[in-house]
Design a protein. Structure first.
Length: 163
């Protein structure tokens, strides 16, 4: 989407980065993702889509809600122990920002990074099964990875798996 924003791309990306970094820190320290941060992300991204429309406007909004619904199902199945509602809301905003292929890559990468870090923490006895680990930092880390390298990595995966 940033290629359509023109000169507005840099301030928009810096704003997103600052909010995502704040979410990372707060969730890491307190295991809470503030609604105000997520709603701000969602509102600004929705405004960017409205001001600089593209052909996938409705699809990006639908994708945000679809991704959020997947996380809401995880929340319901685990009764809130495997995923918090802050993660559900964050994925809504991120899905609107990223678009189709990159949202799938973002969510998949989040789970991979979270699983690897969780196993490492368990191996070094810094965490144990059943003890909650904040998932927001993994969403934020993989968001940055997706924004910076998403297109290159997705193309690489497509070539490797002949998709």
């Amino acid at each position: 989407m940033t290629h359509q924003l023109g000169w507005f791309s840099l301030p928009y990306l810096l704003f997103l980065a600052s909010i995502f970094i704040a979410i990372f820190v707060v969730d890491f320290e307190h295991q809470v993702i503030p609604d105000s941060f997520v709603f701000l992300l969602f509102t600004v991204s929705l405004l960017a889509l409205l001001i600089f429309p593209n052909s996938s406007f409705y699809f990006q909004i639908f994708l945000g809600f679809l991704s959020s619904f997947f996380f809401l199902l995880l929340y319901a199945v685990t009764k809130g122990k495997g995923m918090g509602l802050g993660d559900v809301k964050l994925v809504l905003a991120g899905g609107v920002i990223l678009g189709a292929t990159q949202t799938f890559f973002w969510i998949t990468t989040s789970f991979i990074i979270g699983g690897v870090v969780g196993l490492i923490l368990i191996l070094f006895k810094k965490a144990r099964f059943g003890k909650p680990i904040a998932f927001g930092p993994f969403l934020v880390s993989s968001f940055f990875l997706t924004v910076l390298l998403g297109e290159v990595l997705v193309k690489g995966f497509e070539e490797i798996f002949n998709i």
